[in-house]
Design a protein around this ligand. Structure first.
Ligand SMILES: Cc1ncc(C[n+]2csc(CCOP(=O)(O)OP(=O)(O)O)c2C)c(N)n1
Ligand SMILES: [Mg+2]
Length: 392
């Protein structure tokens, strides 16, 4: 069949679209160096272990042993009614300890509710560190004095704060790095996105450490994200993503140190995913047997951060039975001090509930404060009345 050809007549004044190639395109930064390695970085059991400073290994070991003991003691205090709630970091001690050790005094730590150990390893008094979880008084310490932000319960809200502080410090010319800790579940929050986006755009001196402990309460990672790894998320923001074995203390210390160094020297933020496992339940109020099997827990117990480092140190003759006992004794002494501190009833003024919340109190809070004041005064009058003290 003969093809008919038609000629389209352009109406007068019509814009004729001619296909021309768009302006040349290329990625704004090369994504290859931002990508995490295929395997989490490890030091223990590899050649890198021999290059690690023995003094650092011993320091890490002592802190891990104290950390393990701290977790056990804090959990016991919940059973004794001395602590309202405790989210244990048993199994995650390597991340906690390394996070505290890589920071300099002028730096800032932004912890979540699971990071009491990092806060204590940074030097905060353990009783102060547990004040919030005892439910006694706001944060329990002065964040500015210790350069430790409050232990954040609302997920990921500490991340934009860390970025803001780091950016402000840079604008002022202060030598400050912010290290922000967050869980795997926290990476699904909008605050995570906003923090990482701003951090990269501003090249803020901030490091994000995601402790991927496998769960957000009962939600496993597979239901949390379809990303190849949490570290891969970094690439979308234009910062490097690093993957590390979160139970290998010198490995976490090394990856964190490098990121902190980079941030300090103006190289911008890093996202680090530490692959670890939450050995205990989410908190003492959770029953983990309802959503995971013993086999999984046992497999991770065999990759225990304390035993891994202990093995390395004993193999290399840097630690003997006496050293192991000494570390355990030191941890026991810390636990005894913690027990004593937590068993002492704190002197509290209930009116403090209303202080330090708003710069200007709302009318509802003023009303509630007045109501509480009246109730406290009435109770006091009753107490003061002769022979009436026991009548209430
Ligand atoms: C904004 C917000 N949403 C929900 C919660 C309730 N919540 C408390 S802990 C938690 C799981 C968090 O899991 P992950 O970030 O992995 O931290 P992990 O507890 O494992 O350390 C959730 C959903 C919360 N605290 N804050
Ligand atoms: Mg988690």
């Amino acid at each position: 069949m003969k093809k008919s050809s038609t000629t389209v007549q352009e109406p007068p004044g019509a814009v004729v679209h001619r296909s021309t190639p768009p302006p040349p395109w290329q990625p704004r930064t090369d994504p290859a160096p931002l990508l995490p390695d295929r395997e989490p970085y490890r030091v223990l059991g590899t050649e890198a272990a021999a290059d690690t400073d023995p003094e650092l290994l011993l320091r890490l070991y002592a802190e891990l042993v104290r950390g393990r003991r701290f977790n056990a003691q804090a959990t016991a205090l919940t059973k004794q009614g001395r602590l309202a709630v405790y989210p244990s970091s048993t199994g995650q001690e390597a991340c906690e300890v390394a996070a505290a050790l890589v920071l300099q005094e002028q730096d800032w730590l932004f912890p979540s509710y699971r990071d009491t150990l990092a806060v204590v390893a940074r030097g905060l008094d353990p009783v102060q560190a547990l004040t919030l979880l005892r439910g006694d008084w706001h944060t329990g310490y002065d964040p500015r004095e210790h350069r430790i932000a409050p232990l954040s319960t609302p997920l990921a809200t500490q991340l934009p704060h860390a970025v803001g502080l780091a950016h402000a410090a840079r604008l002022k010319g202060d030598d400050v790095v912010a290290l922000a800790l967050v869980g795997d579940g926290g990476t699904s929050e909008g605050d995570f996105h906003e923090a990482l986006n701003f951090a990269a755009v501003w090249q803020a001196p901030v490091v994000f450490l995601v402790q991927n402990n496998g769960f957000a309460i009962s939600v496993p990672l597979a239901k949390q994200t379809a990303a190849p790894s949490l570290a891969h998320k970094a690439v979308g923001y234009g910062m490097p993503g690093r993957l590390v074995d979160g139970n290998d203390a010198p490995a976490v210390h090394s990856v964190l140190s490098e990121a902190v160094r980079r941030a300090r020297s103006g190289g911008g933020p890093t996202l680090i995913e530490a692959v670890t496992y939450r050995i205990e339940a989410h908190t003492n109020a959770d029953d983990a047997t309802r959503y995971r099997g013993d086999g999984e827990v046992e497999a991770w117990r065999a990759h225990d951060p304390v035993r891994l480092l202990e093995h390395e140190l004993t193999e290399r003759g840097l630690l003997d039975q006496e050293g192991i006992r000494k570390a355990a004794d030191d941890a026991d002494a810390m636990a005894a001090r913690l027990r004593d501190g937590m068993n002492a009833d704190p002197e509290l003024d209930p009116m403090d509930l209303f202080a330090h919340v708003y710069a200007e109190q709302t009318s509802q809070l003023r009303e509630q404060a007045a109501q509480l004041r009246a109730e406290l005064d009435a109770a006091q009058t009753l107490d003061d009345a002769p022979g009436q003290g026991d009548a209430r």
